[in-house]
Write a protein that binds this ligand. Structure first.
Ligand code: KIV
Ligand code: ZN
Length: 513
């Protein structure tokens, strides 16, 4: 006898709360389409009331996604809930996820409300949400640190009001697996109407136990929904990682005895897309999606795997999508081949103009790089200058000189709106000179928090360099990503992409705090 585990992905909401991970509407839409191909059951598309940008993103995703339920977060008040309902109007299937903090600490210090006030607000919010949407999820924020008697009282009331899913967050990642599993089980046992809701877990990774806690919530506690993010993206140390929880349940089906609807062959593509879009690089030894996850360096292991694969492998690389890493196109490939590959990758550009711009970029890249991999295409279409999103700053040309014993120098031409600028500067190295040249004209004053370079595809110096630049300006943190076979050009693109995000990003309300 098996039953099903519901996979609720919150990359676009909780994941996006990581400093610098904010995404544009079109970036979110692209990721939502990949999540649909991955066949996640629920996509939490954003927090519609937090900003106009989030509202528009939830609305666009609701209109585009047909196979997954599209969800919006909402605080437990009528305004947030109405805004979520409004954004979700066009969805084939939708959910409102409303929450309020229930721990003594959060109620007293953050909300400055009494437990009775919180109880009443939770109840009324779920009642209101049910009038807007048949599918309502309720979360008691900081649930794991809440007082069990009070939590039972709140949860019984919101189930009576019609909440179909009860999600227990370990908001600060404080839980340990066995205790968390028991906590969920005892809530389900104590609450008289608990069988009228599906129980869900939402674990943060502050102590590195988000996946273990989620699995304990499932196995010991009887939860049948797990909330997670691609690559474990999320505030602080992140959320429960989708790929790890999914592959644990699939690989150890003998133990969990649960079915999943996930198409695991889409996992690596989803991981790359999220990493490229947000600039959060995946560590090489990360389970399932790290570059070394299926690499065997030691002679003994290599020998074992060659003789019998399962000597050292418990999953097959192709089952999570690693085989997608193949040469797909080259210099001689035409428009149709390029279009077909975009379709196979599930990439849908918004207009014919975007398709033409992407093809021109592809041709340009193919002139400089003989083998074009899927990752190159994903990076290429993620480039703002293809999708024309928020293109206030745009790189036009870059020349730099560096020579042993000489101070490097760069000349950069870039567009700002309709104007063109030509600037130059010296620097410690060609990257430093290029970024200084841009900054000498833009004068953003932004602080550079992070600069990192990675090869998009491994195994060759021909690979494109992918640069991430994280900037902070007036309390706002953004990441810019740029890719090019020339890492100095990639750096300038990444810097301009980050400036574009600073230029366009509207203020938003935080979900927690
Ligand atoms: O971690 C948390 O408590 C949350 C809630 C809003 C569900 O993300
Ligand atoms: Zn969370």
């Amino acid at each position: 006898m098996t039953d099903k585990l519901i996979v609720f992905d919150t990359t676009l909401r909780d994941g996006e709360q990581s400093p610098g991970a904010s995404m544009t509407r079109d970036e979110k839409l692209r990721i939502a389409r990949q999540l649909e191909r991955l066949r996640v059951d629920v996509i939490e598309a954003g927090f519609a009331a937090s900003s106009n940008g989030d509202f528009e993103a939830v609305k666009a995703i609701a209109a585009a996604i047909k196979d997954s339920v599209v969800c919006s977060l909402a605080r437990a008040n009528d305004r947030d809930i109405s805004r979520a309902a409004e954004a979700l109007k066009g969805a084939a299937r939708s959910r409102i996820h409303t929450f309020i903090a229930t721990s003594p600490l959060h109620m007293e210090k953050k909300l400055r409300m009494t437990p009775d006030q919180v109880f009443e607000q939770a109840r009324l919010a779920v009642r209101f949400a049910r009038n807007c949407n048949g599918d309502v999820e309720f979360s008691p924020e900081d649930g794991y640190r809440s007082e069990p008697d009070f939590l039972c009282r709140v949860l019984e009331a919101v189930i009576a009001e019609g909440a179909r899913t009860i999600n227990i967050p370990d908001t600060v990642g404080y839980a340990v697996p066995e205790l968390f599993g028991e906590f969920i089980r005892s809530l389900r046992e104590r609450i008289p109407n608990s069988d009228r809701a599906i129980w869900s877990v939402h674990c943060h990774n502050d102590l590195g136990m988000a996946v273990a806690n989620s699995l304990a919530g499932v196995k010991i506690g009887g939860a049948r929904q797990v909330e997670c993010t691609i690559n474990g993206l999320g505030e602080r140390a992140g959320n429960c990682s989708l790929e790890e929880v999914v592959m644990a349940v699939k690989t150890r089906r003998d133990y969990f005895k649960l079915d999943l609807d996930i198409d695991t062959s889409q996992i690596v593509a989803a991981s790359r897309m999220v990493s490229h879009t947000t600039g959060f690089v995946v560590q090489p030894n990360k389970a399932v999606v790290g570059a070394n996850a299926f690499a065997h360096a030691s002679g003994i292991h290599q020998d074992g795997v060659l003789k019998a694969r399962d000597t050292y492998e418990i999953m097959r690389a192709e089952d999570v999508g690693w085989s997608a890493n193949k040469i797909v196109l080259g210099k001689l490939s035409g428009r149709n081949a390029f279009k077909r590959r975009l379709q196979e990758l599930g990439i849908q550009l918004e207009s014919e103009a975007d398709n033409n711009a992407a093809f021109a970029k592809f041709k340009d890249l193919a002139d400089r790089k003989s083998e074009i991999f899927d990752e190159d295409i994903i990076a290429l279409v993620g480039d703002e200058s293809v999708t024309h999103e928020q293109e206030h700053y745009r790189l036009l040309a870059l020349a730099q000189s560096s020579e042993t014993g000489e101070r490097p120098h760069a000349r950069v031409s870039f567009a700002v709106g309709m104007d063109e600028f030509h600037t130059e500067s010296d620097g410690n190295g060609p990257v430093d000179a290029s970024l200084k040249a841009i900054e000498s004209r833009v004068r953003s004053g932004a602080e550079l928090l992070l600069y990192s370079v990675n090869a998009i595809t491994s195994g060759s110096t021909e690979s494109q360099g992918e640069v991430t630049v994280r900037l902070q300006q007036g309390g706002r943190i953004v990441n810019g990503v740029g890719a090019d076979p020339d890492i100095v050009v990639a750096s300038a693109k990444a810097y301009l992409a980050a400036l574009n995000k600073l230029h366009s990003k509207a203020e938003r309300v935080a979900a927690q705090g």
